[in-house]
Design a protein around this ligand. Structure first.
Ligand SMILES: [Zn+2]
Length: 438
């Protein structure tokens, strides 16, 4: 269903949301739908985070609304489209920049009596300090201090045009240089006073993110702004709690770059969402363990389902349990038989698909399919004593060969690439496998 474009149409057409409560309600409804009424198992922030940061890219409606507001605000900052500005500011008492930078809203409360202006102004104030911590380059002191006229003038000089660097210091250009931009020497002195005030918080000398993502480009403003706001909104979640737990289990840190590689390239080994989902579930430690279930339902027994001896923690059930260990040993040996060379058996490669330099590039696709097959089979026998057999694994990988072929076709990779990825496996099937490919 195309919910997002419909919402975006509304957001971009009218900026009139005053209170943000409705977003909470909508997020709740979306969450209810995503989790089908059950208790959420992944933080909403992680769901909305971008895929290349390990998120699920679920749209955050509030951030989309705010990004759309910035597309409107763009005119207020640039001061170029005077027709629109005259309409939107027909009863303004000061210049636009006086309201958005010099706090004139306090003196002229009527500015916020306008339904659209109020909504936009609120969004601006929420992000102002985050976006521009120093006096911005696009700010025009002339426009801010000017008496408001019925029809707005265009081409206001901005700070980036009237300042100059003098060694370490920033100063206003001389009267001689600015002669064409000011009315007379009195006007120049007025601007100089404003400059002295603004100097107290300093000047932004390089282009800010707001400039490069919103003010300068003429296309894709909405999504650029959304990505910018999203990055801020999710930055405290860059190291997700699941990642810390993985490091504790494995006993050494997984470099952030390795996680990033998994999100940006690793997970793309297949176009099949069911297989990708398995990797995401592993990363977020989705599966319910005996320990967790015992806690929730106050059960007396929290022992591992496979060996019935040790506490059934997540890592025990996926790696350290003796019976699971034997299963992985078998898979590891089979993969070595296929690839015809050896490599160390590392949990992060088999459980998360974080291969690093462990597996050669040209064997990686097969390795990802082979280990995903093993994990999906283990998940199938979750909560039981049973373990998947070698034949089951082989059949699964043969199935995935078909998926790989489809993936190649979707991506226009050509038959040779897919053929190359599976050549070794086909040889293995012919030589040491009882089941034959049909
Ligand atoms: Zn066990």
């Amino acid at each position: 269903m195309n919910v997002l474009p419909r919402m975006l149409f509304l957001f971009q057409t009218l900026q009139i949301l005053d209170k943000m409560d409705c977003f909470k309600k909508w997020q709740k409804d979306i969450s209810k739908f995503v989790w089908q009424g059950k208790k959420p198992r992944i933080k909403f922030k992680n769901l909305t985070d971008a895929k290349d940061r390990g998120g699920f890219a679920l749209p955050d409606l509030r951030l989309y609304y705010e990004s759309a507001a910035f597309c409107w605000l763009k005119q207020w900052l640039l001061l170029e489209n005077t027709d629109i500005l005259d309409l939107e500011g027909f009863d303004n008492r000061f210049g636009w920049h006086a309201y958005i930078w010099y706090d004139k809203v306090k003196q002229h409360k009527g500015f916020k009596n306008h339904i659209v202006r109020k909504a936009l102004y609120n969004v601006w104030m929420r992000y102002k300090d985050l976006l521009e911590s120093k006096t911005p380059r696009w700010l025009s002191p002339m426009e801010a201090k000017e008496v408001k006229k019925l029809n707005m003038e265009s081409k206001w000089p901005k700070y980036c045009e009237i300042l100059e660097q003098d060694g370490e210091k920033v100063k206003l250009q001389s009267y001689e240089k600015l002669k064409s931009k000011v009315r007379d020497w009195l006007h120049y002195l007025q601007i100089n006073e404003t400059f002295k005030q603004d100097r107290k918080i300093g000047f932004q000398m390089e282009r800010s993110k707001l400039e490069t993502e919103l003010l300068e480009p003429n296309t894709k403003n909405l999504s650029r702004m959304y990505n910018l706001l999203l990055k801020w909104n999710t930055q405290d979640e860059t190291v997700k709690s699941a990642m810390i737990k993985w490091a504790q289990d494995i006993g050494h840190n997984i470099m952030f770059a390795d996680w990033e590689q998994l999100w940006t390239t690793g997970i793309k080994f297949t176009a099949c969402n069911a297989l990708r989902e398995n990797i995401m579930k592993m990363m977020y430690r989705w599966y319910m363990t005996p320990v967790k279930l015992a806690k929730i339902y106050h059960l007396p027994n929290n022992k591992c389902w496979k060996c019935n001896e040790t506490e059934g923690t997540f890592y025990h059930l996926w790696w350290t349990c003796p019976r699971i260990k034997a299963f992985w040993e078998m898979i590891y040996n089979e993969i070595k038989k296929v690839l015809k060379w050896t490599f160390p058996k590392k949990p992060e490669a088999f459980l998360l698909g974080i291969v690093g330099q462990l597996v050669r590039r040209k064997d990686r696709t097969f390795f990802m399919y082979a280990t995903t097959a093993a994990r999906i089979l283990l998940a199938k026998y979750w909560k039981t004593q049973q373990l998947p057999t070698l034949e089951e694994w082989q059949t699964k990988v043969i199935d995935y060969m078909g998926l790989a072929e489809l993936t190649g076709r979707i991506r226009d990779q050509g038959k040779e690439t897919v053929e190359e990825d599976w050549k070794k496996f086909k040889v293995y099937l012919r030589t040491c496998c009882k089941i034959q490919e049909c």
